[in-house]
Design a protein around this ligand. Structure first.
Ligand code: FES
Length: 208
């Protein structure tokens, strides 16, 4: 996580580590010892993934803009405008005031499209036309950052994979091997809220 992507006024990956240096550092420094005591690498990775800022978005999380100034402000559906470029966001646990920015795989792309252009499965995961997908390309993990209105696709500039947000993020062109994972959202008290986990593991690998 670079400094630009940090969100002031909330617990973030680095501030969480500062508040609780013991657990995370101990997990890293004692990796060899852990293996000696029967905790294998997969177990160690699972333990590290338990860090709250690294946990994948969960039901009830709000979404906050990556790199916004000031205290985290949950996005409303109306903040995502029809015809504008995608917004990047991180999940936000409003009760704990904790931004889940400890893993780049939590980065979410938000775009608003005409609800009438969405297929049924996609519309069911959207909120007033607002769609949320993993922002991490399933090819080699670059950011999927552009909306191409002419082809109605999301584009990854690294190797030009294109994804169709109107059909659950399926691959339309390029080397990406699978769809962009979809993050179901709804509007709760005017705010965008996560209603279920990602439809598949985000990132270049199938498992995370
Ligand atoms: S990383 Fe996106 S197309 Fe290769």
């Amino acid at each position: 996580m670079n400094e630009k992507e940090m969100i002031p006024g909330a617990t973030t990956a680095s501030s969480s580590a500062a508040a609780c240096p013991g657990r995370r550092e101990a997990l890293k420094l004692c990796a060899g010892a852990c293996i000696g005591f029967g905790l294998d690498a997969a177990g160690l990775n699972r333990a590290l993934a338990d860090e709250p800022t690294e946990q994948r978005p969960t039901k009830g999380d709000r979404l906050v803009v990556v790199g916004a100034d000031g205290a985290p402000k949950p996005l409303a559906a109306t903040d995502v405008k029809l015809g504008e470029k995608p917004l990047f966001a991180f999940p936000y646990d409003a009760d704990q005031k904790l931004v889940r920015d400890g893993s780049r795989l939590n980065k979410v792309l938000l775009i608003r499209l005409d609800p009438g252009s969405l297929d049924e499965a996609t519309r069911a995961r959207s909120a007033d036309g607002v769609l949320a997908f993993s922002a991490v390309c399933t090819h080699q993990g670059c950011d999927v950052s552009e909306w191409v209105p002419e082809s109605k696709t999301l584009l990854c500039f690294c190797h030009f994979s294109r994804f169709d947000p109107c059909r659950s993020g399926q691959v339309m062109a390029g080397p990406a091997p699978r769809s962009l994972p979809h993050l179901p959202v709804a509007v709760e008290r005017g705010e965008l809220a996560v209603t279920a986990p990602f439809s598949a593991s985000p990132g270049a690998k199938q498992s995370s």
